[in-house]
Design a protein around this ligand. Structure first.
Ligand SMILES: *Cc1c(COP(=O)(O)O)cnc(C)c1O
Length: 471
């Protein structure tokens, strides 16, 4: 037994020491990765040994070999994609989740994990302003939240047409169409692929200049064929501009035609947590399903998304799973009935911990702080010579663009210039930004989701952009 104790002690001490050293160094580290592919491969691709080595050696070498291949995305100067850090209680709870090593598939395999999920699910609905009787699932991310919600939608829409999709599959079923906007996230398409709904069944409507769907376009399209089972997918928070569809306008239209309304709110749904930004999601509670992430704006470690469904029966019918060897505890909630995985990580613990550390006010402040920093970054970068604002953040996402300096420069020259400046900033390591194509033109995305970002980080990032612009 002593051996086991020692092995654990060494492994966990090394992990704790290096984890602390890492999070404490985020202020000084490069925001992006600094080692290239071949360096990482040459360090990490060792031959698979026939004999193992002591755990402390494994960990020390791992720490050494990944150096430079980790981004500073857990820190305050990483503004690429939509990436949050980890607040301390969530990180601690995530470690414990691994140490406890619970299988959160059913109540019987981990009663505490099942209850944590039940409680955290209720808290999430409360903070996000969703119906308190909506069913929910803790999944790996928003991608799987879409998949879970759309599986419920598929069941619900086809059950109304006397087609049991779980029994009969989709061959011969009435085709379901998906109506959404040209600004939808790619994970919507992947969910349609995974569920056998098919990409050609997605009908794409153009969005307005801000990136939101127009009511008149939705209405006209739905009028074309009233009898087709339909899912309307709306967005809370576009990745480029943070734009919101108007739920107040669009959901009642979709409902008039009997459509199932699903909302992609990967990060934007969190606007509901702030009194200052809540108006953006006005009317969202009338939708049928909602997908969001914990690992983005709530700042819990990765592997955390949430699906919510109004019609719990359709949700249950699409996912539930009973077998004689599973033990069903009367009155308990078995996660396997609500999510697509069977054995799974007890991913509710970090969410439970995050919501307790932050409280309602803490989540609201986190959301507001990120929005304030995003606005300030876009405004200040836009004022630098050779830069212009493309989209001022509505919430925590905005766009800027860099103009080619020579006289008579074309839009294409400025596209190139924009990519060059982004690359120069990222090479510098003081801040990390990503690029995007918005309305046919290249732009730099400014995306702030980390609890770590402070005023000093914004100052450092603006300076880094100014330096790159002079190069
Ligand atoms: C990130 C994102 C997704 C996908 O979420 P994952 O957690 O990466 O699966 C979907 N929609 C939007 C708007 C996003 O920003």
């Amino acid at each position: 037994m002593k051996d086991t104790k020692e092995l654990y002690a060494k492994s966990l001490e090394i992990a704790a020491d290096h984890a602390l050293a890492f999070v404490n160094s985020l202020d000084r580290r490069s925001a992006g990765a600094s080692s290239d592919l071949s360096t990482l491969r040459s360090r990490m691709s060792k031959p698979l040994a026939s004999e193992g080595i002591p755990p402390e050696q494994v960990l020390l070498e791992l720490v050494r070999d990944v150096e430079g291949g980790l981004t500073g995305s857990a820190g305050g100067r990483f503004f690429g994609w939509v990436i949050g850090g980890s607040i301390p209680a969530a990180l601690g709870a995530d470690w414990l989740t691994s140490a406890w090593d619970q299988n959160a598939g059913i109540y019987a395999t981990s009663p505490a994990a099942a209850v944590a999920e039940e409680v955290a699910g209720h808290w999430l609905k409360e903070i996000l302003g969703l119906p308190d009787d909506a069913s929910f699932a803790f999944v790996t991310g928003c991608q799987m939240a879409h998949t879970t919600c759309l599986a419920a939608a598929r069941h619900g829409l086809l059950a109304r047409r006397d087609w049991d999709v779980e029994q009969r599959g989709l061959f011969g079923a009435p085709p379901i169409r998906i109506v959404t906007s040209d600004q939808r996230h790619g994970t919507v398409d992947r969910a349609a692929r995974l569920l056998g709904l098919g990409l050609t069944q997605i009908h794409i409507l153009p969005s307005d200049p801000q990136g939101s769907l127009r009511g008149i376009d939705l209405q006209r399209y739905l009028e074309t064929d009233r009898d087709v089972p339909t899912v309307v997918i709306l967005q809370a928070g576009d990745v480029n501009t943070g734009a919101f569809d108007s739920f107040e306008t669009l959901i009642p239209i979709a409902k008039r035609f009997g459509a199932w309304v699903h909302v992609d709110g990967a990060f934007g749904l969190w606007a509901a947590a702030s009194p200052e930004y809540r108006h953006l999601v006005q009317g969202i509670e009338a939708a049928d399903s909602w997908a969001t992430d914990g690992h983005k704006w709530l700042n819990v470690p990765y592997d955390c998304g949430y699906a919510f469904v109004r019609d719990g029966e359709s949700h249950l019918a699409s996912m539930s799973h009973h077998e004689s060897y599973l033990i069903q505890q009367a009155g308990a909630r078995d996660p396997v009935d609500w999510n697509p995985e069977f054995s799974r990580r007890a991913r509710a613990f970090p969410t439970y911990a995050a919501l307790r550390q932050l409280g309602r006010v803490g989540v609201a402040r986190l959301v507001e702080r990120c929005c304030r920093h995003a606005k300030s970054l876009v405004t200040r970068i836009g004022q630098l010579p050779g830069a212009e604002v493309v989209a001022t953040p509505i919430i925590n996402q905005g766009l800027v663009r860099f103009i080619a300096p020579h006289p008579g420069a074309s839009a294409l020259d400025s596209d190139r210039r924009t990519d060059e400046v982004i690359a120069a900033i990222d090479r510098g390591g003081e801040a990390f930004f990503g690029g995007t194509t918005w309305r046919g033109r290249r732009a730099m995305r400014v995306s702030v989701s980390s609890w770590q970002t402070r005023d000093e980080d914004v100052d450092r990032a603006v300076l880094a952009v100014a330096t790159a612009l002079k190069s």
